[in-house]
Design a protein around this ligand. Structure first.
Ligand SMILES: Cc1ncc(COP(=O)(O)O)c(C=O)c1O
Length: 301
């Protein structure tokens, strides 16, 4: 696969389509030095972006958390995304919106740097091995933790927070796991490096209270699907000592979808009925005609 900066097509940058290879930054970009960047990850199914407006709204909200405003409205970015997906001919793919403080100013203070926005889309590559959805993946608990809400902008999908995820993921890869489980600053079970966590005991779903990490759009979709399917849900703090008491475990995320987990450290889980029912319901929803108002708005005219 060619490097991400060496492809054909276009990228939407600050309001215009530019040739893919020309979408470049200067080395003195504020966002690069001080982490002033926010981004999104979106999926295209059958030519339409799933929950597009929710993602664009979260991009705006993430920027606000970091103290800057995105100079394009949600409607403008939604429209640009749909046009880009169509222009690139993406049927099943990924969209990466990103916004950052630019090179007009350097220094710790954020004010004075202009905000730039880009949208890129490409064909979807798989996150894990081809049989991962059937077999489940293996997680190892990381020594890295999700920080407290008064330590970092935990509700933002902020580039700077992903250092923790990259360190955890690289260590998990080195240790032979597929991904890492991160605890939070209090020692509670939190999430994986790019997805939220669910556990199942006796047919009831348990998921950590999202008070110091991203409450994912997929997490909410799965909570709604659980409601539709009559699956009871408990959102609460979960201690790592409890991990041996659950029958099933899965992750949720735009990229991961509903991804079964077959082990966390020495605790083993089966890909059971609850996980399978939710994975199937999610797979149906993302491709169905009725994906909610946000998705309906994403249909190209
Ligand atoms: C750290 C982290 N947690 C959770 C999620 C799940 O969020 P969503 O379902 O909105 O993709 C993601 C993915 O964006 C993530 O990177």
């Amino acid at each position: 696969m060619p490097a991400l900066d060496d492809r054909d097509g276009v990228i939407w940058l600050d309001g215009a389509f530019v040739p893919w290879r020309d979408a470049r930054l200067h080395v003195l970009t504020h966002g690069l030095h001080y982490g002033g960047g926010v981004f999104e990850g979106e999926r295209v199914y059958d030519g339409r972006v799933f929950k597009l407006t929710e993602h664009t709204e979260r991009l705006h909200a993430s920027a606000r958390e970091l103290g800057f405003a995105i100079p394009f409205s949600v409607a403008e970015l939604d429209e640009a995304t749909r046009a880009l997906v169509q222009r690139q001919g993406i049927v099943n793919g990924y969209v990466r919106p990103v916004a950052w403080r630019g090179s007009e100013h350097i220094g710790v203070a954020g004010a004075g740097a202009f905000v730039h926005v880009a949208l890129a889309t490409w064909e979807w590559p798989h996150v894990f091995a081809a049989d991962a959805k059937e077999r489940g993946i293996r997680l190892g608990t990381s020594r890295w933790r999700r920080p407290a809400p008064d330590t970092a902008p935990v509700r933002a999908k902020a580039a700077s927070l992903y250092n923790i995820c990259t360190l955890a993921r690289d260590a998990a890869d080195r240790d032979g796991f597929d991904d890492a489980l991160l605890l939070d600053y209090r020692g509670h079970v939190a999430e994986a490096t790019g997805a939220n966590l669910f556990l199942v005991a006796g047919g009831t779903l348990h998921t950590p209270t999202a008070d110091c990490f991203l409450a994912g759009i997929t997490r909410q979709t799965v909570l709604d699907l659980a409601g539709d399917l009559g699956i009871p849900v408990v959102e609460r703090h979960i201690a790592p000592e409890e991990l041996g008491r659950f029958d099933e475990c899965f992750l949720t995320g735009t990229a991961y979808e509903v991804q079964p987990v077959r082990s966390i450290d020495a605790h083993e889980y089966r890909v059971g009925r609850t996980t399978t029912a939710l994975a199937e319901a999610y797979a149906r929803l993302v491709r169905s005609a009725d994906r909610g108002a946000a998705a309906r708005a994403a249909v190209s005219p």
